[in-house]
Design a protein. Structure first.
Length: 364
């Protein structure tokens, strides 16, 4: 097994990854919210995911405007500078039928509908946009109910990857059920976007060498499930090389790479620095210092996050333990602005998808 390091860009690289699941699907709440009750829970993931999508657009507005103006001044940009085989976001959404329901009643999202003026502006400047791109690991249960959200993510230029179907821990499933979950969730997403799905992330990072073999057998090109922080009971372990050089991706076989969550290693200790609750809990100045440290070591950083982490108004699970409630609800009201500041403060970095990172290393 060998590590790889993309050399196409000298800029540091940040991989933003989002696990698309809702507030009632997290592992800590499973004892209080069984799978059978999910259909009766308030679905808030679409609204929160749109907040993340819009945030990625908003933080890059100034960079995009400057880039477009420079190209106009150089005579490089006209209204005909459009990528081939592109359709408008509205056309993509209309192509995705959605079943009527109590929350969502149309193929076009109620949370984001661009105007004709916005469409024309997007087309004329599409080739010079510097919008950060991210990877969205989408739960199959969500995708089945909100296929238009999956298409929205894909139409905005982000990567669609799999988070399994119903958020079961991989190490608690039989071989048959695991293979079925891996294959079915991949096919579901591919049918929605009409394109291959390359990546997978195990719920709660519960992965091991046997599970990785099943991931490879299901046809994925990379896994992003390994979190090296050893003090979390659910996190799994993988036999990865200890002397990994620069870069994030680790070659496990001829057809599969591992993209581990980024943590800080100091001596014999590992500090959890990849995002999620740790991002919400650690003061931003300190988190920024740690991220710079990781970038200084690897020239790349992989961050994970969930849509419910920017939703302070989500229903409260009062039956949960004090510890679980603290872990889930801490600093929810501050996290949207904190994430915005994080992306802005690292604007000198390249924000790209996991697949693009691997393609730059000639791996996909």
């Amino acid at each position: 097994m060998n590590s790889i390091n993309p050399s196409n860009s000298t800029n540091p690289t940040i991989l933003l990854t989002f696990d698309i699941e809702d507030w009632f699907q997290v592992e800590n709440f499973k004892p209080y919210i069984p799978f059978s009750s999910w259909p009766s829970c308030e679905l808030r993931v679409e609204k929160n995911t749109h907040k993340l999508l819009d945030l990625l657009d908003q933080v890059s507005n100034q960079r995009s405007a400057i880039s477009c103006q420079r190209r106009k001044d150089n005579g490089q940009l006209t209204t005909d500078n459009r990528p081939e085989n592109k359709t408008s976001l509205r056309q993509r959404r209309l192509a995705c039928p959605v079943k009527s329901g109590s929350h969502f009643t149309g193929g076009i999202s109620q949370f984001r509908q661009e105007t004709e003026k916005e469409q024309k502006s997007m087309k004329s400047c599409e080739s010079c946009l510097t919008t950060p791109k991210a990877t969205f690991f989408i739960l199959g249960w969500i995708a089945e109910r909100l296929p238009h959200l999956v298409k929205e993510i894909y139409s905005r230029g982000h990567e669609v990857a799999s988070h399994g179907y119903r958020h079961n821990l991989c190490n608690q499933e039989s071989n048959y059920e695991l293979k079925k979950d891996l294959s079915n969730s991949k096919k579901l997403l591919e049918d929605i976007i009409g394109a291959p799905v390359f990546g997978y992330r195990a719920p709660s990072f519960a992965v091991n060498d046997h599970i990785v073999e099943a991931i490879e057998g299901a046809g994925y090109s990379y896994d992003s499930s390994f979190n090296s922080f050893g003090m979390h009971a659910r996190y799994g372990k993988l036999d990865l090389p200890q002397n990994a050089a620069n870069g994030l991706a680790v070659k496990l076989s001829d057809t599969l790479y591992e993209m581990p969550i980024s943590n800080i290693k100091l001596g014999g200790f590992t500090l959890p620095w990849g995002g999620g609750g740790y991002f919400r809990l650690i003061p931003f100045p300190l988190f920024k210092i740690g991220t710079k440290f990781i970038l200084g070591q690897q020239n790349a950083y992989l961050f994970y996050f969930h849509p419910w982490e920017i939703d302070p108004d989500q229903p409260k699970v009062n039956a949960a333990s004090v510890f679980y409630k603290f872990r889930h609800y801490v600093n929810l009201s501050k996290t949207h602005s904190k994430l915005s500041k994080f992306i802005k403060d690292f604007s000198h970095c390249d924000f790209i998808t996991c697949s693009r990172y691997l393609k730059q290393a000639n791996s996909l």
